[in-house]
Structures are given as C-alpha cells and as structure tokens.
Design a protein around this ligand. Structure first.
Ligand code: FES
Length: 159
C-alpha cells in the first residue's frame, strides 16, 4: 500500500479527537468519514480500512455507514460536487429540466466528472427542503427554488 493512501497525522489526530467524545468510538464513524472527505475529497477503500481500524470497526461495518450516508463519496469526485435532488417534490417541480441544463452546460451526465476535474454531478434523495423545491446542493450550500434559466448564473459562483 502506498503511503499516500493511508491516513496522515492530522487526519488521525482529528479522527481520534472526534472518537474521544463518545464511549464507543464507532459513534464517530460519520464524523470520521467527513474528516477524511474534507482532506481528500473522497474516501478510498484503503483509507476506509485505516479509519475502521482507528474506530475499532470492521471495514465492512464502516462501509455500511458510508453507503447509508450518501454525502460520503466513495469514488473520486470533482472539486465541486453538484447534488441534484431527484425525489418527488423536486421532480414534480422541474428537477429533470435543471439536471438536463446542468448536463448540457458541463458536458457530463449524472455520476460523471468534467475532464478538468472541476465538477461532478450526482443524484441525491430528498434534502428535506421540499417546500423550496427544486433544490441543488454544493458542499454545505443549499440552493432553493432553482430555475433552469439561472443555471449559468449558478455556475458562475464556482467558475
Ligand atoms: Fe427535493 Fe425534498 S424532494 S428536497
């Protein structure tokens, strides 16, 4: 295994500090995965194994958490991950048109990353903002009442 694939000192310290807040280290699993993602952008299998070791969990158990929590990326993603809600309220209010416009502007489909590594488009289930549908999310930013005619303006924030 290459050194670059395992946790560095800072990541290890942050994960252990998070785990120290709980009687059972595994309670910090989502936090630990987010720490890795903050530093690396995504969570590889090798890194997941190291994190599981720190939290006294099996890699399979931690992978289960990562799979359930769909804001943890298990594959490389672009610098800006645009999450397109595809649940019912957003779908009814035009989420498909918004996603098509994004695909057209970026030249990628859902699940793909632009060649320059700037953007990844991913679907996501309901983000809990149905009364403000359709919504997109990038990082911690939630974009509500998105209108496909304003996609160019939206992308400028990241361009
Ligand atoms: Fe999109 Fe709920 S359906 S936020």
């Amino acid at each position: 295994m290459s050194e670059a694939l395992v946790l560095n000192e800072q990541e290890t310290a942050e994960i252990l500090a998070a785990a120290g807040h709980y009687p059972n280290k595994s309670a910090a699993s989502v936090e630990a995965l987010k720490i890795v993602q903050k530093h690396r952008g995504w969570v590889s299998d090798e890194v997941l194994k190291s994190v599981a070791g720190l939290l006294d969990m099996s890699p399979d158990e931690l992978d289960g958490v990562a799979t359930f929590y769909n804001l943890v990326f298990r594959r490389p993603v672009g610098e800006n991950v645009i999450l397109c809600c595809d649940s019912v309220s957003c779908w009814m209010l035009g989420a498909d048109r918004i996603r098509e416009r994004l695909s057209q502007r970026l030249g990628i489909g859902l699940g793909e990353t632009t060649a320059d590594g700037r953007y990844t488009l991913l679907p996501i289930v309901c983000l809990g903002a149905c009364d403000r549908a359709p919504v997109l999310m990038v990082g911690d930013e939630l974009y509500e009442d998105v209108d496909e005619s304003k996609i160019d303006e939206f992308l400028k924030r990241y361009g």
